[in-house]
Design a protein around this ligand. Structure first.
Ligand code: GLP
Length: 257
């Protein structure tokens, strides 16, 4: 007998030959459902048993995906109640104003925090020397950090600044705090203009490690040259940001001729 009852659409099977771990594929499927609004903030995540049955994988694999989504803050567990979708949204990278990472995260209601990878004074690369218009013997202060929004790793930033702009930064700077804030408060340096080039790339081994990404995940690569009000270059920065946590927002204006 014909029936009007609609069948629940079955998710397409996971790709077992892609080289991408199954738990990561499941994680991505769940992320897609959250981003598309199919799973809404506050709603419970389907049970591990159900997801495993739907996707044809073991419960252990699903548990691994769920654990990793919990670590990313996309879902959260309540003891005795289950796992729920959190309200954390993708970050939007706003091109309409010059903001530091800390300012940007705070504006979005997240707490910025950093993990130091390295901090030193060194001779600049040719590219940095040219970007900062430095002389043959000028050294740069180099800072590399993993940047977090709350506990979520967002990107790896590498910044180089001319030593003559901030001579004792190495001794006095606490890398867990905002670089731009220290530059302003201690050295009177205010970044007012930045030139940025954005490219799309694949996660490097370092990105995979520190940003908790699957190999070859898409990332945004930013190259920034920051300038002071008088036009002097103050920072040459190269950063990689997670492609799944950023969206580029831009405003274009027609200039009067
Ligand atoms: C942005 C820029 C970086 C800059 C950083 C400073 O993310 N892309 O080039 O170094 O802000 O951020 P904070 O002041 O939070 O250390």
């Amino acid at each position: 007998m014909p029936t009007n009852r609609k069948k629940t659409p079955q998710p397409s099977p996971l790709d077992r030959w892609s080289g991408i771990p199954l738990y990561h594929q499941i994680q991505q499927r769940l992320m897609d459902q959250i981003e598309s609004g199919k799973l809404k903030p506050g709603e419970p995540l389907p049970s591990i048993h159900r997801i495993a049955a739907q996707m044809g994988v073991s419960q252990m694999t699903v548990r691994q995906a769920v654990k990793s989504l919990c670590n990313m803050g996309v879902i959260y567990s309540r003891q005795g109640k289950g796992t729920f979708i959190s309200g954390i949204k993708m970050m939007e990278r706003d091109f309409r104003q010059v903001l530091s990472f800390s300012e940007e995260m705070k504006a979005r209601g997240a707490k910025p925090h950093s993990e130091l990878l390295s901090l030193n004074i060194q001779m600049p690369s040719q590219e940095t020397r040219e970007a900062l218009a430095l002389g043959e013997n000028d050294k740069v202060f180099c800072l590399r950090r993993v940047r977090f929004a709350d506990s979520l790793p967002m990107g790896i930033e590498s910044s180089c600044l001319p030593v003559h702009l901030c001579p004792d930064l190495l001794e006095t700077y606490d890398p867990s705090t905002s670089l731009y804030q220290v530059l302003t408060e201690k050295y009177g340096i205010l970044v007012t203009v930045t030139d940025e080039v954005i490219e799309v790339g694949k996660a490097s081994a370092e990105d995979v490690r520190y940003l908790q990404l699957a190999p070859k995940s898409p990332i945004f690569l930013f190259t920034r040259v920051s300038y002071l009000e008088n036009g002097m270059p103050a920072e040459h920065a190269k950063s990689s940001y997670r492609g799944d946590r950023y969206r580029i927002v831009n405003r274009l204006m027609r200039t009067k001729r």
